[in-house]
Each structure stands twice: as structure tokens, then as C-alpha cells.
Design a protein around this ligand. Structure first.
Ligand SMILES: *Cc1c(COP(=O)(O)O)cnc(C)c1O
Length: 363
């Protein structure tokens, strides 16, 4: 079958590289190095190359297959696993990555044994849970004991430092006080092992706010940044930061019109459930002109995460493979075969870059 041109996501690689350089530069002013987190763009190697060329210290992902793809593509930066390793993937973690985030002694022991087997030294960061309640040691005494054990007993591991993650499950803000808590844990560990830790990893994009504001604790010297580079939308959308020096349109989604008709705006018949078992509210606005697109929720997830670029165009709804637009007030005269463009948020970039129905085009 001939490869269809649409739907497609267009990725501007120069914009992406600019965003990487901007974030790396801002962080460098504060003595902070950056791990470029590639999972939001499904680890597409052409995108990963922009992270590498833009000067990140590590290429990071939660998924090993994306790191393997980066390596196969010829990316030479050290690789980092940012999800706690599965016991079933330890061999590949040690083979492929230089550094991993950890929170379980059992996993650390398995990493140590495997590193010994492969004749390698594997670096680890121990994660502290400071209230976000996803990964990390909750009991900081247990964390300190684990650090001492890694330092003194697990000879094939190198205790690189400590880290934390906020704003993922628990919606906790990366405040100066939260990051001070992390530094305090680091210093407690340093007191026990009698040396300074190399890395204090103070979070993800939400901690970049502290870099912008200039109030990030001095000892935090490592951040892991994905969204803030790929899209740079969240800090503006949720916290009102001015991100105008970055490109928020690295990604553009394009889909093709397959039907244009005037139809009622309220379904006709007995209302039951839609394709996903829900009953949405339908507003009766009389007969309206609508366009049907050959793209659906399977491709981009939710209609709340994509934004039509045409003035006067509104998304009415979607099913798995279709999206319905209200074009009654559109400036453009839509015809079958026309292409409609959308800006997209992180939650949809994850889908469209990971969907075999959506062609990826570099511009
Ligand atoms: C996804 C992830 C990041 C990157 O998060 P962004 O908000 O996209 O910057 C950093 N650290 C960990 C542990 C993650 O899982």
C-alpha cells in the first residue's frame, strides 16, 4: 500500500535545537547540567540528535528501547534511564546506560551483580520522594542506609548522587523549600560517606521555573528536562511564565478533510452513549457547516490537547478515527481534500509520535 501523506506531524528540528540550546544555556548560567528527556517525542532519533547537538549532558528516557534506538542511530552522548529499572531489564540497563534512577535495594543489588558480570561500573542516583508520591525513598533514614551500602558494599556501582521528582502524580510544586529538602538529604548522606556527591538532580521541567526565577538552591546541579524543551508550553499555561524566547510550535499536526456538509448540531434520535460509552452534552445551535477529518482519538488522545490554527474553527468532538469540526464561522472556505493544521500539547505529542497511522515529516 502506498504510504498516505496524512495525517502527519511536522517537526521543526531547527526550532527543537534552539529550545535545547536555550534551556542548556539558562541552566549553565546557574551551574546546572541537563539530561534531555526524549520520551515525550517517543525517542525519535532525529529529535534526539537535536538534544545531543544542543549540548545536553545525558540523553534520558523512561524506556530502554528509545535509548537503544538513539545508540543505533549513532548518538554518542551517555544514556540515562529515568524510570526505576525493572528487574527483568537489568542486563540491558547495564549494557546500554551509564546512569539510572533508583529506589529499591533489590534492584541496586541486581544492577551491581550485572555490572560485575559485564565488567562495568554503573552510576546510580537514589531518588527521594518529597511528597509527590510516585517513585523514591519515603523514609530518608532508609535512603541514607541504602546510599551507604551502595558506597561501601556494591563495588560495581558508583553512587553519583540523589534526585527527586515532583509535579507528576502528586502535583507538588518545585519550590525552593522542597529543593532545600533534597539538598539536606544529600548532605546527610555526604556526612555518612565522607565525600561530596557529584549530582543533585532537582527534578524536571517544573524545576526549570526555579532556574528562570534564579532561586534554585546552589547545590542543585542537574535537571532532567523534557516538556520544557519539546514544547515549552506548560510553564506559560500553568504558571504564566514568558516563554517567548522559545519555540512553542516545534510540532504541527495536519489532517485531511473527508466530508463537508451542513448538519444539525444536536443528534437526531434517542440519545444513548457515544463510541467510548459516554454521553456528552450536545448544544443545539441549529444547522451548522461541519468538516469531517480523517484523524481521531487513536492518533492524538484527547481533543483538549490539539488546537486548530484556522480562525473560527472549533472541534466539536471525535471518535477513534474521525474528528468533527464546526466551520460555520471559519474564514476559509473548506473543501474535501483540504488540510487542517493544529498546534499540539505534550499529551498529544506523545500519541502522534508513537502512532503508526501518523506520518512524521521533518521541516
Ligand atoms: C518524564 C520525566 C522527566 C521529564 O519530565 P518533563 O516534565 O517532561 O520535563 C524527568 N524525570 C523523570 C523521572 C521523569 O519520569
Amino acid at each position: 500500500m502506498k504510504k498516505q501523506g496524512y495525517p502527519r506531524v511536522e517537526i521543526n528540528l531547527d526550532y527543537l535545537k534552539h529550545n535545547v540550546e536555550y534551556v542548556v544555556g539558562k541552566c549553565a548560567e546557574k551551574g546546572i547540567e541537563v539530561a534531555g528527556v526524549i520520551k515525550g517525542t517517543t525517542g525519535i532519533p532525529q529529535c534526539v540528535k537535536q538534544f545531543a547537538d544542543g549540548g545536553v549532558k545525558y540523553i534520558a528516557s523512561s524506556r530502554l528501547e528509545q535509548l537503544q534506538d538513539a545508540k543505533d542511530f549513532g548518538i554518542e552522548k551517555p544514556l540515562m534511564l529515568i524510570r526505576i529499572p525493572m528487574l527483568s531489564e537489568i542486563e540491558d540497563v547495564v549494557r546500554l546506560t551509564e546512569l539510572s534512577l533508583n529506589s529499591e535495594m533489590e534492584v541496586l543489588e541486581a544492577l551491581n551483580a550485572e555490572a560485575g558480570k559485564q565488567g562495568k561500573k554503573h552510576k546510580v542516583i537514589l531518588m527521594a520522594d518529597l511528597g509527590d508520591l510516585r517513585e523514591g525513598f519515603w523514609d530518608k533514614e532508609e535512603m541514607t542506609e541504602a546510599a551507604v551500602k551502595v558506597e561501601k558494599e556494591l563495588e560495581h556501582l558508583e553512587l553519583a548522587g540523589v534526585g527527586t521528582n515532583v509535579g507528576c502524580y502528586g502535583s507538588i510544586l518545585a519550590t525552593e523549600e522542597k529543593l532545600d529538602e533534597l539538598v539536606a538529604v544529600a548532605e546527610q548522606i555526604e556526612g555518612r560517606i565522607g565525600r561530596q556527591l557529584e549530582l543533585i538532580s532537582g527534578g524536571a521541567t517544573s524545576s526549570f521555573m526555579r532556574v528562570i526565577d534564579g532561586d534554585i538552591p546552589e547545590r542543585v546541579n542537574f535537571l532532567r528536562i523534557g516538556e520544557g524543551i519539546l514544547l515549552a508550553r506548560d510553564l506559560e499555561l500553568f504558571y504564566g511564565y514568558d516563554m517567548s524566547e522559545m519555540h512553542q510550535d516545534v510540532y504541527t499536526l495536519k489532517a485531511e478533510v473527508i466530508e463537508v456538509k451542513d448538519k444539525p448540531s444536536h443528534p437526531v434520535g434517542e440519545i444513548a452513549v457515544d463510541a467510548f460509552g459516554h454521553t456528552p452534552e450536545y448544544v443545539d445551535r441549529g444547522i451548522r457547516r461541519r468538516a469531517l477529518l480523517a484523524i481521531g482519538k487513536v492518533d492524538y488522545g484527547s481533543i483538549d490537547e490539539i488546537f486548530p490554527q484556522d480562525e473560527g474553527v472549533e472541534i466539536l468532538g471525535a471518535s477513534s478515527d474521525h474528528t468533527i469540526l464546526d466551520i460555520e464561522d471559519a474564514k476559509r472556505d473548506f473543501k474535501v481534500g483540504d488540510i487542517v493544521s493544529f498546534g499540539i500539547n505534550y499529551a498529544s505529542v506523545v500519541y502522534v509520535t508513537n502512532c503508526r497511522n501518523v506520518q512524521i515529516v521533518y521541516v
